[in-house]
Design a binder for this molecule. Structure first.
Ligand code: SF4
Length: 270
């Protein structure tokens, strides 16, 4: 049977394509993969880039991490987080450099510069509103950009009008945020009493303010099952992100989800 050629710029066609991809059997996915590969070769180069996250120490025959200050993750809340998500319990923060005052943030960024690092990710735990408490650090971020000139990417969490202009004026190089497409996942996993459309609004605010964004989709966050991923893709498709990061949920020790079986590689591929 000939498949109708879809115009993915149309919302109806995108919905139809996603519905098909998310419901067909594994065998029936082959033509979609072929089409995706062809399209990707038409639009992008065939270079594959690997990035080694700073939170993991690598020492392999292919790559050895030399300096943790090359592009470190810095937490402006130390190990504190109001959400205590089921999949994390704040554990991810333990892998970051703690800088809970503007002075400590400046010192950490200065160290990156002095050691020849390229930049840093400024992150942290969440407030009860689902955002990283970035407000009082904005003047320091602005100074880092102006005086040190290193790359600064910020983990924003939910974006609110009261901080987006500050981030724009500080000249950050990008905003990263998880896009959760399911209200149930927001409540059960993130302990956030919000609805998924806050992420739609967050991306709208970032785009309106000209801040490059790199939305993340964490596949299998709902106890290893797919739930809000399709809606997350639909929301992201309304905007022009600089890149989309697909993260596979990985169970972390000492969290309520440590024994959850992650999604299959095929689910993540889709
Ligand atoms: S909000 Fe972030 S740091 Fe806090 S528990 Fe959830 S994933 Fe971890």
């Amino acid at each position: 049977m000939m498949r109708k050629r879809l115009n993915v710029n149309s919302n109806n066609d995108l919905d139809q394509l996603l519905n098909e991809v998310f419901t067909v059997s594994e065998e029936e996915l082959t033509p979609f993969f072929e089409r995706a590969y062809k399209l990707s070769r038409e639009l992008f180069s065939d270079k594959l880039a690997f990035h080694a996250p700073g939170m993991v120490h690598f020492d392999t025959e292919f790559y050895t991490a030399t300096d943790p200050y090359r592009f470190p993750s810095i937490s402006v809340s130390g190990s504190q987080c109001s959400l205590n998500c089921e999949h994390c319990s704040g554990k991810l923060l333990e892998t970051m450099i703690s800088a809970t005052t503007p002075e400590a943030l400046w010192d950490a960024c200065k160290k990156v510069k002095d050691r020849g690092g390229k930049g840093c990710l400024i992150s942290g735990g969440s407030t009860p509103r689902g955002n990283t408490p970035m407000e009082r650090f904005i003047p320091t971020i602005k100074r880092v950009k102006k005086e040190l000139g290193i790359d600064v990417v910020v983990h924003t969490g939910v974006v609110y009008p009261d901080t987006v202009e500050g981030l724009r004026d500080a000249g950050i190089d990008g905003a990263m945020l998880d896009i959760i497409g399911s209200d149930e996942t927001l409540r059960e996993i993130y302990h956030l009493d919000l609805t998924a459309d806050v992420f739609d609004k967050s991306m709208e605010l970032l785009e309106e303010n000209g801040i490059p964004m790199m939305p993340h989709i964490v596949v299998g966050l709902h106890h290893g099952k797919l739930l809000g991923e399709m809606n997350a893709i639909k929301m992201i498709a309304k905007y022009k992100p600089s890149s989309i990061i697909v993260v596979a949920f990985m169970p972390l020790d000492m969290t309520p989800m440590e024994n959850v079986t992650p999604s299959s590689p095929m689910d993540i591929h889709v």
